[in-house]
Design a protein around this ligand. Structure first.
Ligand code: PEP
Ligand code: MG
Length: 754
């Protein structure tokens, strides 16, 4: 038996695809243990069924067509128990289910083992016998081993899209490509493939004997690229306000940066031709960002390469292609860049699908800001075959339907209609106060600074800025920004919101996101040199920033300063002394400045347990739930392997926030929440129930959260919170809140349709 097992495992391993692996397993297993039937069922939790995926012994026509309901039958029992079920006479078991469509006779002997990967049941491997038969231990472990083998093959097939093909005979609603839900909404349109411009990697090294001419060509190409970006920025400026365009400014800054051009020129002077020199410089710059853990920063690598391709295109004297965009364009591509997105006339762009990227990509952020559904990271996207095809995007669930069936079309047309109705209802929220049905107001603030968090809506609908991340100003440069540069940037933001308050957060860089000109590496960056720890070790960087913030506020008086990553009370004391010093210096220099309120972000568990000591010392507190969740649950917020257990609705996180609110109340300090949790419709009510004073979120969430708040009373929020705090895991909390939103007719905020 052992030998047979080894042989089968080897054969399955060598199978070219899942179809072949399945065929081999059912055939060989049936033979090896002399069973009458061997079948594999695939479990589909969405559709709550087990689909017959392969069989040897049952009617082959039933494959892909017959499915067993989730919680019925013996296959269902194996799945529920996630362990083998071995019965000598299945027909006498209460869960026995007779299925005609598979051409069954009454099989009595039954052995089913679950196919499990990462604790999740993917399917069930079953052998059956007409005669009563209890399978022995050896046979059970034999099946077990093969099931583990199959689990790997199924997981791979799911990721590569192969499973979709195998399931093609099934309901058309289940035939879709999967990716990361990156901007909500459903939409139908025609695919336009955004392909890469000139290929940098294809540029060979070549020597030149006329470096002067090569340098001139390079400079002309750079100037043309500059013009192009400026006009794209101008085109978008009607749609998106100043801050949105920061991305284009960042690209233009990079283009103008000394290092990029001078390093290329240097390479040309050493004998490389312009195209080769450009290729090497771009790669060197991009690689710095490639290795960063922080997704936002890794994105810079794509930006830099995109920039390089644009310059190369001009060097190669290519003209950008003229594209005819259909009225409802769905932009599809391998790795769509924000600039490619900007090239589509905005009124024609209805959706975005990208094989690479994630929900934190710039494109995704832009899509959310513009209200355009997007699915990123669709790893099996057949980009080359999509041009002109009809596509449906479900941005809530990360699904892409290519040339959908009429039934899918109808279903999505219905959902889209409901979405429009929801959009109308959301629109009606504009200008209204965010207050509960029993009159508790909870001001909503805006998070800004991440390339494109602000939009006109944000400016109009928020009570101010609850968190401005200042890192971008540092990242997009080739050296630390000077005081004057910073003053200009902060002043712009402070004035556009004046007199509403704007909270500027001091620099929060760290081991995972070093600045290119301030490199260091650590084996455990999230527990390393981060946020205020760097500020305290480098007071000159901190003081320059504080001086710039206070100067920017002259005559405006709406600045508040916030300190990130505080884990010790002494840090607050020391930083406050530095802030005082910057202020005193400015007064000495005869600036007419005023001292702004100073607050602390609570995002490290230690700060939660010393909340009263911290609250006593500062003017306000703001909970950074992204980091707080990471540190409380010991789950890296950027690690895809543990992404499914990073859950900011975990009862432990909720308890910690409650504790923060209670601690702050002792000294009557206001508490805000500025992490992602604040913009989550499922969580807002719980935060309200805790007595949080305000919420700060990205622009796309403002109206949704307002709608949720206006639908509940404070009393109901408190009772939901009590129930949530008694729960043991995040899944239960989500279930509770989904039901609460559904009951209020707000289900449309968390899934397609109403
Ligand atoms: C947070 O940690 O919740 C937060 C708002 O800060 P950042 O996401 O910038 O770390
Ligand atoms: Mg943080």
């Amino acid at each position: 038996m052992l030998e047979t097992l080894h042989r089968i495992v080897q054969e399955v391993n060598a199978a070219p695809d899942l179809g072949e692996a399945l065929r081999l397993i059912v055939q060989r297993v049936k033979q090896a243990i002399s069973a009458d039937v061997c079948s594999v069922y695939l479990t589909d939790f969405d559709r709550r069924e087990h689909i017959l995926l392969a069989t040897e012994g049952l009617n082959p026509d039933a494959v892909g067509k017959v499915s067993l309901p989730m919680h019925r039958g013996l296959v269902g029992l194996v799945c529920e128990r996630a362990e083998p079920v071995n019965l000598d006479d299945a027909t006498s078991h209460p869960r026995y289910l007779f299925i005609h469509a598979t051409g069954e006779t009454q099989y009595r002997g039954f052995l089913g083992v679950p196919i499990i990967q990462n604790r999740k049941v993917l399917g069930v491997l079953v052998v059956r016998q007409v005669e009563p038969r209890k399978f022995d231990d050896d046979e059970v472990t034999f099946l077990f081993t093969l099931a583990a083998q199959l689990a790997g093959a199924i997981t791979y097939a799911r990721a590569s899209g192969e499973l979709n093909q195998i399931q093609h005979t099934r309901s058309p609603l289940n035939r879709y490509l999967s990716g990361q839900p990156s901007a909500p909404g459903v939409t139908t349109g025609q695919a336009v493939v955004a392909y890469q411009l000139a290929d940098l990697d294809a540029v060979p090294d070549r020597t030149t004997d006329d470096p002067g001419a090569e340098i001139t060509a390079l400079k002309e190409a750079v100037a043309l690229t500059q013009q192009e970006l400026k006009s794209l920025k101008l085109r978008l400026s009607a749609e998106l306000p100043v801050e949105e365009q920061a991305l284009f400014d960042a690209l233009l800054l990079m283009l103008g940066s000394d290092t990029l051009i001078s390093q290329t020129v240097e390479r040309i002077e050493q004998g490389q031709w312009a195209q080769g020199a450009l290729h090497h410089t771009i790669e060197a710059h991009a690689r710095v960002f490639d290795n960063m853990d922080d997704v936002y920063l890794r994105e810079r690598a794509s930006d830099i390469r995109d920039l390089g391709r644009r310059i190369l295109m001009h060097l190669q004297l290519d003209k950008p292609r003229e594209i005819l965009y259909p009225d409802k364009t769905i932009l599809v591509g391998e790795d769509i860049s924000a600039v490619q997105l900007a090239e589509v006339p905005i009124e024609r762009l209805t959706g975005i699908v990208s094989a690479m990227g994630s929900s934190s990509s710039h494109v995704a952020i832009l899509a959310r800001a513009m209200g355009i559904p997007a699915v990123m990271g669709v790893t099996d996207l057949p980009v080359g075959r999509l041009e002109g095809l009809d596509v449906i995007i479900d941005g809530y669930r990360g699904r892409v339907y290519v040339t959908p069936d009429p039934s899918v079309r109808d279903e999505y047309a219905r959902l889209a209609k409901e979405e429009t109705e929801i959009a109308v209802e959301l629109e009606a929220m504009k200008g209204l106060k965010a207050e509960t049905t029993d009159g508790t107001a909870i001001p909503l603030y805006l998070n800004t600074g991440l390339i494109s968090d602000v939009m006109t809506l944000g400016l109009e609908e928020s009570e101010g800025v609850g968190l401005h991340r200042t890192e971008l100003l540092y990242i997009t440069r080739d050296r630390f920004p000077g005081e004057d540069v910073q003053v200009e940037s902060y002043r712009q933001l402070l004035s556009s919101f004046n007199p509403r308050p704007v909270i500027l957060r001091t620099l929060d860089i760290g081991g995972d996101k070093p600045l290119p000109y301030f490199p260091f590496s650590e084996s455990n960056p999230f527990l390393g040199w981060r946020g205020v720890r760097i500020s305290l070790d480098h007071p000159e960087i901190f003081l320059t920033q504080i001086r710039a913030m206070i100067r920017a506020d002259i005559g405006l008086n709406n600045l508040q300063i916030m300190l990130p990553m505080v884990s010790m009370v002494s840090e607050v004391d020391e930083l406050q002394m530095l802030i005082q010093r910057a202020y005193d210096e400015l007064i000495e220099e005869e600036y007419e400045v005023s001292m702004p309120p100073v607050g602390v972000m609570i995002e490290v568990p230690a700060a939660v347990y010393q909340i009263d000591e911290i609250a006593r010392r500062v003017d306000f507190l703001s909970v950074g739930t992204n980091d707080l969740t990471q540190y409380l649950l010991a789950v890296d917020r950027n690690n895809p392997r543990v992404a499914d257990i990073f859950d900011d609705m975990h009862p432990a996180v909720l308890r910690a926030i409650s504790q923060i609110v209670e601690g702050a109340a002792l000294y009557r300090r206001p508490v805000s929440v500025c992490g992602e949790l604040a913009g989550n419709p499922l969580a807002a009510i719980l935060l309200l129930g805790m007595g949080v004073d305000s919420l700060s979120m990205s622009a796309g969430s403002l109206l949704k959260i307002k709608w949720v708040i206006r639908s509940f009373s404070r009393a109901r929020a408190k009772s939901l919170l009590q129930a949530a705090l008694r729960m043991t895991d995040a899944r239960q909390v989500r279930g509770l809140m989904e039901k609460a939103l559904d009951d209020m007719g707000l289900g449309g905020l968390i899934r397609p349709g109403k």
